[in-house]
Design a protein around this ligand. Structure first.
Ligand code: AMP
Ligand code: FE
Ligand code: FE
Ligand code: ZN
Length: 297
């Protein structure tokens, strides 16, 4: 079961329907499309899943507003079993997407002012849903051969926090607000890839603070070895990392989830490469029905 997948509705390269088809071919029993700041792909995936007996969990991966004083920096919050038709959730996601569009345009302008060949039109022509920095990176790499040794270098110089073209979004949710929005939409808020936050000073203390304000889960199994900042992490070190978060999740009574962060082509990750087992999946489900009762009270 792979509960962390991106589709063309954000920065993935396969449509929700194609992902369900891939999942069927791989024999996965349950999946979640967890696109960045959008639930646009959920309905299509749920419908396709029903046809092929694959359980599709309605999900989203929210990009959280930085609060450096709380050590909440560049966090991603997953929401599982959300009501993807929840009106308030959709209103807020629409505002976030508008702010993203406006932010990407500003980022492209900074790149242009610095002599990089890239246009707003071309970037948005490769976007099929919600725009993200990978779309800008794709065009910059294509248009400026030799300027950057790799996408990583482009991110480091321009797009990452502190980079020359890093700009804030005019609207985004704090961690507390995002947790509340997800819970109100009947979802379980889960911190994505806790081992990937290299801008957070003390990850364990940060997770404890997040739990105090309502975080309910921690993503454990994750393709750290295929992602920043742990590319090429050895299997033994990976085990150590996962074990550390597993112990913390147990201590704090957080549900444990897992997923591949599959984005399709352009990233060397396979669908279902990482995930969760049946028991963990049932625990997440139980937690989601508990959340639903919380919301009604
Ligand atoms: P955005 O949605 O615009 O905030 O972009 C976030 C996406 O950019 C992440 O999901 C990653 O796929 C990608 N990303 C972020 N930082 C880096 C980096 N340093 N190198 C490569 N890709 C990155
Ligand atoms: Fe992404
Ligand atoms: Fe993420
Ligand atoms: Zn992701």
């Amino acid at each position: 079961m792979d509960l962390h997948i991106h589709s063309t509705c954000s920065d993935g390269s396969f449509t929700p329907r194609e992902i369900v088809e891939l999942a069927r071919a791989k024999g996965l029993k349950a999946i979640a499309i967890a696109d960045h700041d959008t639930v646009e792909g959920v309905a299509e995936a749920v419908a396709a899943g029903a046809e092929s007996s694959i359980e599709v969990v309605p999900a989203v991966e929210l990009s959280i507003k930085n609060e450096p004083e709380k050590d909440f920096v560049e966090l991603h919050l997953l929401g599982y079993f959300i009501d993807h038709q929840d009106e308030e959730l959709n209103d807020i996601l629409n505002r976030i997407v508008q702010a993203r569009i406006e932010q990407k345009i500003r980022q492209i302008k900074v790149l242009q002012d610095d002599g990089i060949d890239v246009s707003v039109e071309e970037v948005f022509s490769v976007v099929r849903g919600v725009p993200g920095r990978p779309h800008i990176a794709e065009v910059v790499m294509r248009r400026n051969p030799g300027r950057f040794a790799s996408k990583e270098e482009l991110f480091a110089e321009y797009l990452t926090v502190g980079g020359k073209a890093y700009t804030k979004r005019s609207f985004s949710l704090t961690l507390a607000e995002a947790i509340q929005v997800l819970v109100e939409a009947g979802g379980v808020p889960v911190l994505a890839h806790p081992g990937a936050y290299n801008k957070v000073n003390d990850v364990e203390a940060m997770i404890r603070r997040a739990q105090e304000i309502g975080l309910q889960g921690l993503e454990i199994a994750y393709t750290y070895n295929k992602n920043r900042p742990h590319y090429g992490l050895a299997p033994a070190e990976m085990q150590t990392l996962l074990a550390r978060f597993e112990a913390l999740a147990d201590e704090l009574d957080l549900v444990k989830t897992g997923g591949s962060d599959f984005h399709g082509e352009g990233k060397d990750i396979e669908l279902g490469e990482m995930g969760m087992n049946y028991v963990e999946f049932q625990e997440l489900k139980i937690r989601s029905s508990f959340t639903a009762t919380l919301d009604q009270s």
